[in-house]
Design a protein around this ligand. Structure first.
Ligand code: DQA
Length: 145
């Protein structure tokens, strides 16, 4: 059984991107953390990152079609605040999605206060930095245990 970790636009730049907001860990560090966290629950991870909305939609469809997938950890980046397509993709599936943000969007600009994904998320974890990914994996793993 596996967890899919999906990271959206600009998260490939983690480590150098506004480190005062997003921290110094790289995407590779985050993905390694996710593999360790999943391994503690005897789960595999598939990690994907894309800067393209449609690729993220496709990744959600693929996750939903895979019976091995327990749930999805989704940091959709800025698409969180704009994407009806990602909302509809989650709605179209029975996927358990945990929405993760490194920063706390509610403490930032008002355009970050709306999430199209929160209404269809099992949980939302924001502001915990990279630890948020671990919490999301722990949640997805244990809600089925
Ligand atoms: C983010 C928050 C979003 O508002 C922003 O557009 C991102 C990253 C976060 O992880 O804190 O790209 O999702």
């Amino acid at each position: 059984r596996r967890i899919v970790v999906l990271n959206g636009p600009n998260l490939n730049l983690l480590g150098t991107r506004e480190p005062h907001i997003y921290g110094s860990s790289t995407l590779a560090d985050v993905e390694a953390l996710c593999a360790r966290a999943a391994g503690e629950h005897d789960l595999q991870v598939t990690c994907r990152q894309s800067n393209h909305e449609g690729v993220l939609v496709d990744a959600l469809h693929e996750a939903a079609a895979d019976e091995e997938v327990v749930g999805v950890v989704l940091n959709a980046g800025a698409y969180t605040h704009t994407s009806v397509a990602l909302l509809d993709a989650v709605r179209a599936t029975d996927l358990a999605v945990v929405e993760v943000h490194l920063s706390n969007p509610h403490a930032r600009e008002s355009f970050r206060h709306t999430s199209y994904l929160s209404p269809v998320a099992v949980a939302v974890i924001a502001g915990a930095g990279v630890h948020g990914y671990r919490y999301a994996i722990d949640l997805l793993a244990t809600r089925r245990e």
